[in-house]
Design a binder for this molecule. Structure first.
Ligand code: E4P
Length: 221
């Protein structure tokens, strides 16, 4: 399973990229709004910052409700990317979003269909040619449903039918989500920087380091 970072924050993207585990970035209108910057400028900045990753998801804005409007926005976003292939147009899981997905896929543009909460939505998105589908597990857990189970079912469905869409486990809240979606067959987990930090830690690692340091200092005396 690969890691994407789920943020529009430049400092967090820089920190995660430096570690060397990053294969992509996902953003959404809420994440960009939180930064208080112009959407296109921030996407351009991110694209420059992580030139080697496979995907940077830029979501069409909430005003774009028709496939036509989504495609028009996608065409503007693609221009920012200057012909490179890592920009991915993130589209809502609606019939209009699926129509835009099919169109952009035919044009060779990568797509990420977002806000997926059922297996049927994932199947539709995959059949519309989505490069990525994004089930939101944390938000399902929030309403007492099982987000990881959804990821497992989608992974099984894609395997049985040989569907090439990659599953991005989204709305990931903690390290246990990461372990469980990896075991369930997600291709990617998109996570906030805080979760990447948490994944690297264990109290016994800290204790072990402290003991090595103490023994080393003792021996040096
Ligand atoms: C994914 O692409 C979304 O940006 C994200 O994971 C949403 O997560 P949230 O439920 O924490 O807002």
């Amino acid at each position: 399973m690969k890691f994407f970072i789920d943020t529009a924050n430049i400092a967090d993207i820089k920190k995660a990229y430096k570690v060397g585990v990053l294969s992509g970035v996902t953003t959404n209108p809420s994440l960009v709004a939180k930064e208080g910057v112009k959407f296109e400028d921030r996407i351009a900045e991110i694209l420059q910052l992580v030139p080697e990753v496979e995907s940077v998801s830029a979501e069409v804005t909430p005003e774009a409700l028709t496939a036509e409007d989504m495609i028009a926005q996608a065409n503007e976003l693609i221009k920012i990317n200057n012909g490179d292939k890592n920009i991915t147009i993130k589209l809502p899981m609606t019939l209009e979003g699926l129509e835009a997905c099919r169109y952009l896929t035919k044009k060779g543009v990568k797509t990420n269909v977002t806000l997926i909460f059922t297996v049927n939505q994932a199947l539709l998105a995959a059949r519309a040619g989505a490069t990525y589908v994004s089930p939101f597990l944390g938000r399902l857990d929030d309403i007492s449903e099982d987000g990881v189970l959804l990821v497992a079912k989608i992974a099984e469905l894609f395997r049985v039918h040989g569907l090439p869409a990659q599953i991005i486990a989204a709305s990931v809240r903690h390290p246990d989500h990461v372990t469980r979606v990896a075991m369930a067959g997600a291709h990617i987990a998109t996570v906030p920087y805080g979760v990447i930090e948490q994944l690297s830690k264990h109290p016994l690692t800290d204790q072990g380091l402290a003991k090595f340091a103490a023994d080393w200092t003792k021996a040096a005396k």
